[in-house]
Design a protein around this ligand. Structure first.
Ligand code: SAM
Length: 277
């Protein structure tokens, strides 16, 4: 009988957040595949877990995925953990989980903390619809381009950020999304110096500049989505018509889409149909 692959969430700071089920699984499996064996040792030692641990990270996942799958097929059960939070959420594991499914292996999630959900739950921003973007690009030009593409996104946006880029990123978000939009910076969640600040992007930026928000530790940025604007089809066509006088049809449709929030291909199609009439 094949074993199982367990995807085990671990704390994002406070070790008290480990679940009973996570501890049971980590004790009972044949092997723990950990992103960083030294890092995970602190957690495993604290709970007296003596299970064998093997490194499984982005640099060796290609090489070890087949080997781990073979061990499971041969009857061993393996638990995947990352340095913190839920594996695969901006952490390694995707190749292993896909390979497990491809080989008919049962994948069992053991839910627990993840910085994205923890931050969102305390953000004071709308939570019913959100998108998680992971890390923004490191270079300003690419970062602003990425933000431009998100400018009319109406769902709450969640980003991970490193301390050495938090100021630049908030500045760029403010520049692209405008000073008035609300944002929450969640720092060092579940840890001693936890800090959660919600304000306009302008004030959040100020608080980072004057270090009211400390530039240390781990960060999640949550930004309010764009206000949904309701523009009638007639208005969409009118804007597109004006832009078409100066621009090729696809560019005009693209700009109209940015202005009105209507999808570019829908604008293009509407314009075609209107021209045929
Ligand atoms: N798998 C993890 C999860 O489920 O949240 C995320 C791993 S990702 C490599 C690490 C990033 O998550 C950090 O750079 C930071 O943006 C965010 N993060 C992790 N722990 C955090 C914490 N305690 N407080 C704030 N952000 C945290």
């Amino acid at each position: 009988m094949a074993g199982n692959l367990y995807i085990v969430a671990t704390p994002i700071g406070n070790l008290g957040d480990i679940s009973e089920r996570a501890l049971e699984v980590l004790k009972q499996v044949d092997l723990i595949a950990a992103e960083d064996t030294r890092h995970s040792k602190t957690l495993l030692d604290r709970f007296g877990i003596k299970t064998k641990v093997k490194a499984y990270h982005e640099h060796n996942e290609e090489q070890f995925t087949a080997q781990l799958i073979q061990q499971i097929v041969d009857g061993e059960s393996i638990a995947l953990i990352s340095d913190a939070g839920t594996p695969l959420i901006n952490d390694p594991g995707y190749k292993l989980v896909t390979a497990a499914h491809d080989n008919g292996i049962k994948v069992i999630p053991i839910p627990g903390p993840s910085a994205v959900i923890t931050a969102l739950s305390a953000s004071g921003l709308p939570t019913s619809k959100f998108i998680f973007e992971g890390y923004l690009p490191a270079k300003t030009e690419a970062r602003k381009k990425c933000l431009q593409q998100l400018i009319s996104e109406s769902r709450t946006l969640v980003f991970y950020e490193a301390p050495h880029r938090i100021r630049e990123s908030i500045q760029d978000i403010q520049e692209v999304f405008g000073s008035e939009r609300r944002a929450t910076v969640a720092r060092e969640l579940t840890k001693q110096y936890e800090q959660i600040v919600r304000d306009s992007l302008f004030i959040v930026n100020e608080k980072l500049i004057n270090e009211e928000i400390k530039i240390k530790g781990e960060f999640v940025i949550i930004v309010e989505g764009a206000q949904e604007i309701s523009v009638s089809d007639a208005e969409v066509l009118r804007i597109n018509q004006i832009l078409s006088e100066k621009l090729p049809p696809k560019e005009a449709a693209g700009l109209t889409s940015k202005i009105t929030g209507k999808k570019k291909n829908e604008v293009y199609q509407m314009a075609l149909e209107s021209n045929e009439k």
